[in-house]
Design a protein around this ligand. Structure first.
Ligand SMILES: *Cc1c(COP(=O)(O)O)cnc(C)c1O
Length: 371
C-alpha cells in the first residue's frame, strides 16, 4: 500500500501544467536517489549550500548560485540581500527596513500574486508604467536613494508594451541598482538558465519544482557572487528573514541532481515527441462532432512547447466544456486539464508520464461520447 492509498489521496494524471497545487512535477529516479543519499549523513549545511551552489553555477555558466526552498523563497531572500548586503545588523533588522533601502521597482503590468514574496521583506513596491506598457523615462524617474532593486517578472505577465529587459538592465546599471528576474517557469528553453544573467541581470530565479523536476520545495537563484553571498547570510541556518524558508540537505543535493539531469536531456527529441502527441490528440479529437482541436503555441508560461487546444461546442457535442473538465477529474483515473478561452480546454503533454497521453485521449473521447 502506498502512502497515498493509506491516506485516501487520489492520484491525478496531470495534463495541465507544473502547478504547485498538484505537486509541481515528478522527480526522475536520479533526483530521488540523490535525496536518499543526502538523507543518510550529517554534514555542515552552510558548506553544502556553498558547494552545491558553486557546482550548479559552473554547470549553468553562472557566477554563483543559491538554492532556495522554491522560486518564491528565492525572490524573498534575493530581495533581502539587495536591502542588507552583508551587513549583519541590517540582516537581523529585517523586515523592519527603517534606515535601509526600502523600495523595489516593479512594472505595473507585471503585478501578480508572487509579488508578496517581495513585500514580505518589508520593502514597498513602487510601480512604474501603465497597465500594458512602460517607458524608460518612467524607470529613470522612479530610481532614487531608497531603491533596493528592480524586480522583473518574466512570463505570461510580461507586458507586450514593456521596454525590453536589456533596457531595464542598462538603466539600472547606470544607477548601480540590482535587477532581479523572476523566471520561475522559464525553462524550457534550458538556455534560459544562463540567458538572463548573460544579458546582465543581477540574478535570475527558477523554480526547482517545475520543469527542472527537482524537489518541489527547491529553487535556483543564479547570478552575481556578491548578491549570492549576501543571500547565504540571509538564509538558513542563520537567524534571518530566510530562516523559515529552510533548504535541507536533501533539497540541496536533489536540486543539483535535477540540474545535471535537465542539462543531459535531449531537448529537441523531447520537443518532437510532444509535437507528435499533440498532433495525435488533435487528429483523433477532430473526428468527434462539436469538437475542434488545434495545436497551440507557446504554452501558458510562454515556454516554446506545444499544447492541444480543444474547443467544445456544447450544442453539437451534447456536453459543455465545464462538464467535460468535471467528468475528467471525477473519473478513474482522475485527469486534470486547463480551461481555456471560448469554451476550450488545453491538453499539455509536458507533465505526463510515458503512456499517459493515451489514457488522457481515451478518457476524453469516452467523456465526449458520454460512455
Ligand atoms: C511558479 C512561480 C513562482 C513560484 O515558484 P515556487 O518554486 O513554487 O516557489 C514564482 N513566480 C512565477 C512567475 C511562477 O510562475
Amino acid at each position: 500500500m502506498t502512502i497515498y492509498e493509506e491516506l485516501g489521496i487520489r492520484p491525478i494524471i496531470n495534463a495541465s501544467a507544473t502547478l504547485t497545487r498538484l505537486g509541481g512535477s515528478l522527480m526522475p529516479p536520479e533526483v530521488v536517489q540523490a535525496m536518499v543519499d543526502a538523507s543518510k549523513v550529517f554534514i555542515d549545511l552552510e558548506e553544502l549550500q556553498a558547494k552545491v551552489g558553486d557546482k550548479i553555477a559552473e554547470l549553468t555558466h553562472n557566477d554563483a548560485c543559491y538554492v532556495s526552498s522554491g522560486a518564491a523563497a528565492g525572490i524573498a531572500v534575493a530581495i533581502a540581500a539587495c536591502v542588507t548586503g552583508k551587513n549583519t545588523a541590517a540582516i537581523h533588522q529585517l523586515p523592519d527596513t527603517t534606515g535601509l533601502k526600502n523600495e523595489v521597482i516593479v512594472h505595473k503590468s507585471h503585478r501578480n500574486g508572487y509579488d508578496h514574496a517581495v513585500r514580505q521583506v518589508g520593502v514597498k513596491l513602487v510601480e512604474i508604467g501603465y497597465a500594458t506598457s512602460t517607458a524608460p523615462w518612467q524607470l529613470e524617474a522612479a530610481i532614487n536613494e531608497h531603491t533596493a532593486a528592480i524586480i522583473w517578472f518574466q512570463g505570461a505577465m510580461t507586458g507586450h508594451g514593456d521596454m525590453p529587459l536589456a533596457k531595464v538592465i542598462e538603466i539600472a546599471d547606470a544607477h548601480g541598482v540590482p535587477v532581479i528576474v523572476d523566471a520561475a517557469a522559464q525553462v524550457p528553453p534550458v538556455e534560459n538558465l544562463w540567458n538572463f544573467t548573460k544579458l546582465g541581470a543581477t540574478a535570475a530565479i527558477f523554480s526547482g519544482g517545475k520543469d527542472l523536476r527537482g524537489p518541489q520545495s527547491s529553487g535556483l537563484v543564479l547570478g552575481k557572487r556578491e548578491l549570492i553571498e549576501a543571500m547565504r547570510l540571509n538564509g538558513p541556518p542563520n537567524h534571518s528573514i530566510g530562516r523559515p524558508m529552510k533548504v535541507g540537505k536533501e533539497e540541496l543535493c536533489g536540486a543539483l541532481a535535477a540540474v545535471r539531469h535537465y542539462l543531459s536531456i535531449d531537448h529537441e527529441g523531447r520537443l518532437s515527441q510532444t509535437e507528435e502527441i499533440v498532433g495525435g490528440w488533435c487528429g483523433e479529437l477532430n473526428r468527434l462532432p462539436g469538437v475542434s482541436a488545434q495545436r497551440s503555441w507557446p504554452n501558458e508560461a510562454g515556454q516554446p512547447m506545444p499544447r492541444a487546444q480543444v474547443h467544445i461546442d456544447a450544442a453539437k457535442a451534447g456536453i459543455s466544456r465545464n462538464e467535460v473538465m468535471a467528468a475528467l477529474l471525477a473519473g478513474t483515473p482522475a485527469i486534470t486539464v486547463a480551461g481555456g478561452p471560448d469554451e476550450s480546454i488545453f491538453l499539455n503533454p509536458m507533465t505526463l508520464e510515458d503512456g499517459e497521453e493515451t489514457v488522457v485521449l481515451e478518457r476524453l473521447v469516452a467523456v465526449l461520447q458520454k460512455k
